[in-house]
Write a protein that binds this ligand. Structure first.
Ligand code: MIC
Ligand code: SF4
Length: 639
């Protein structure tokens, strides 16, 4: 029986377990990446593990999220991360170098390797034929300390790409179409593997746009074959030696299949407030646009920005539109400065901002009240832009640029303009933004602890009886942005959980943290796909700090579920989804013989207030049972 590419790479890295969907496996991790908004926790945890050098082939610490330095906090975090990176043999990428995923693709990604990153968009590396997985910070710290990662082997979905894209239709439209068909939870427990003749027509950066936004499907990761386009991309980055051809066997057997016809795709947009709320630009119509933001780890490659420059050249950004562009990397920006494209963009009236996540994570450039903002990013959750009543639409760079000129959402095919081909370009190697750890270790480098950096909260072992009061009855598709909001005001506190926890759930429920403090021991009831979105473990650590003992939901998103378990908080799935409706805020819940029940795979929750009993299933692996019993991963590792 032929093998899928995903399973070939996993098999190559298998250390323990049976490689079959649903089974727990442990794989070797070749590379890790961290970024600063999750990285402070990762490096606090790495320090707590008392290891010396990292066990991976390569680990890189990027600074790209919290680059707005309105006080000492973010700069202190950068310094802290730099110091721990030096102590443990991790490369440090200075702020200004660019966005972690774009930089990793350019500089370090290699076909056939495994990459674990403390950011949900780590699957960007799948564009290069890697198995690149996003995880909670603690899992990434363990991967650095031990060189391994445990996960449940996913199913593999074949997405066959037929034909080739037409002008004004791009990779972003491909992934928006997949999102439309599979939805934000359609990828949970799955790897999305792209095949078919259409693959050849996509460059590595096109592929990376698609695998990047596979995160929005809830998928474990997404992967493309490694072929001549891969060789060409690596060559352009001065790394041709990293190339190796990789593909699935001709007769590979997949668990599920989807066909996307590239020929018939048209420009698409994800409407507010979910990446799977997709429609054609044509059907949405020419709505007036106030802001256009181009960049992010999804769409800030050289080719993307050169297309934007070509569309803007010699034109004027519409008087009512604010156009903001954040390039993906210093290398791209330098090249565009050299070849004149940057001048074309600036002359048209665009604001060019730092090479960083920026507006994507609400770090500046929040739109005006009630604005329509078109963004080439990957998430349009309500409030994520920093403006609660803004309507954010996710579009391709082509659609964004032409709409910025016209002032209304525009289907480029109707603009009558031709799009130029972007020729391949070779980049000069430049590592001036990289601090290498050579010559540094624990003996000659102190940990630089700013006053805002506080220890992370630790749980205690699971007691015999768990008592908890329901503090929130949340709906479906609760995002980690809902649980632990992020914006320029809160991101500086990513290394200060006690402070951050005051803002837990604040965008959807202002009284949440106060209610937790009063209750002491708390429970949350959730709907489907609880915890989708970002990998931030703060969405588990802040509830842990506030006394949350369990979350009972209809279903969970993968990374958040792991983060809860790593924190010793029980994610329990209602056996009968209707039980969710029986629970109300304020109900008193009890779980008796908790350790025994956790080991057995089903847990009964008694609702003292209503007198009802709910059966929940745990789906815990053997390791996860241990983590819950010990009160989290750090306790487990410390014995
Ligand atoms: C995001 O896009 O939400 C982030 C910010 O990159 C997160 C990580 C975080 O919350 O810090 C992610 O996607 O994992
Ligand atoms: Fe940064 Fe946005 Fe990408 Fe997250 S999604 S890594 S915030 S650019």
């Amino acid at each position: 029986m032929g093998k899928t590419l995903a399973y070939k790479i996993l098999e190559d890295h298998l250390i323990d377990g049976k490689l079959s969907p649903g089974e727990e496996i442990t794989i070797r991790i070749d590379q890790t990446l961290t970024q600063d908004s999750t990285g402070t926790m990762v490096y606090l945890q790495l320090e707590a593990m008392e290891v010396d050098r990292v066990k991976t082939e390569l680990s890189v610490a990027y600074i790209d999220h919290n680059t707005l330095q309105t006080g000492f906090e973010n700069a202190d975090d950068h310094e802290f991360i730099k110091s721990v990176a030096k102590r443990h043999g991790v490369l440090f990428s200075k702020p200004g170098n660019g966005i972690c995923h774009q930089l990793h693709l350019e500089n370090y990604g290699k076909p056939g390797k495994t990459l674990l990153g403390s950011d949900s968009h780590t699957p960007t590396g799948g564009g290069l034929g890697m198995i690149a997985i996003g995880a909670g910070g603690l899992d990434v710290a363990v991967a650095m300390a031990r060189g391994t990662y445990s996960l449940v082997a996913p199913k593999v979905v074949k997405v066959e790409l037929k034909g080739s894209l037409k002008p004004w239709v791009s990779a972003k439209d491909v992934i928006l179409q997949v999102l439309k068909e599979l939805t934000v939870k359609g990828g949970v427990g799955r790897i999305i593997e792209y095949t078919g003749e259409g693959v050849k027509s996509l460059s590595v950066t096109d592929r990376a746009t698609i695998t990047n936004m596979g995160a929005e499907l809830g998928a474990t990761t997404s992967v493309f074959p490694s072929d001549e386009n891969t060789r060409q991309y690596l060559k352009s980055q001065g790394r041709e030696e990293a190339y190796r051809p990789l593909s699935a066997d001709e007769d590979a057997v997949y668990d599920e299949e989807l066909i996307i016809d590239l020929d018939s795709l048209t420009p698409l947009a994800a409407k507010p407030h979910s990446p799977d709320n997709v429609d054609t630009v044509d059907a949405i119509g020419e709505i007036k646009v106030d802001q256009v933001a181009i960049g992010s780890c999804t769409n800030s490659s050289y080719a993307d920005l050169m297309k934007v420059a070509a569309i803007l050249k010699g034109k004027k950004v519409h008087p009512d539109v604010s156009l903001v562009i954040s390039p993906g990397s210093s290398r791209i920006l330098a090249k565009m400065a050299e070849n004149g494209a940057l001048a074309d963009i600036i002359s048209a009236g665009a604001r060019v901002i730092e090479n960083a996540c920026g507006p994507c994570i609400g770090m500046g450039q929040s739109p005006k009240s009630g604005a329509v903002s078109l963004r080439t990013f990957n998430r349009n959750f309500k409030g994520r832009s920093g403006t609660l009543d803004a309507d954010v639409y996710l579009v391709s760079p082509e659609t964004a640029a032409i709409s910025a000129v016209k002032g209304v959402l525009t289907d480029g095919r109707k603009s009558g303009e031709a799009l130029p081909e972007i020729p391949d370009t070779d980049f000069e190697l430049n590592d001036n933004f990289i601090v290498y750890p050579e010559g540094f270790d624990k003996s000659n480098t102190e940990v630089a602890m700013g006053p805002n950096i506080k220890p992370f909260p630790r749980n205690t072992a699971l007691p015999e009886t768990v008592e908890a009061k329901v503090v929130l009855h949340a709906g479906d598709n609760i995002t980690t942005d809902d649980i632990m909001p992020s914006d320029s005001r809160l991101l500086p506190y990513r290394s200060n959980i006690p402070h951050l926890s005051n803002y837990c759930f604040e965008k959807i429920d202002k009284g949440f943290s106060e209610r937790c403090k009063e209750a002491g021991k708390c429970a949350i009831a959730g709907g489907e796909n609880y915890g989708q979105g970002s990998s931030r473990e703060h969405a588990a650590l802040a509830p842990l700090y506030l006394g949350v003992k369990l979350v009972a939901a209809k279903s969970f998103a993968r990374i958040h579920r792991s983060n809860l378990i790593n924190s010793g908080i029980m994610p329990l799935v209602f056996d009968n989804p209707a039980d969710y409706d029986d629970i109300s805020t304020g109900d008193e819940l009890v779980i008796e013989n908790a350790p025994q029940q956790v080991k057995s795979g089903t847990v009964e929750i008694k609702n003292i207030t209503t007198g009802k009993t709910y059966k929940t299933v745990t789906n815990f692996s053997d390791l996860e049972i241990q983590l819950i019993l010990k009160g989290g991963k750090i306790n487990y590792m410390k014995g």
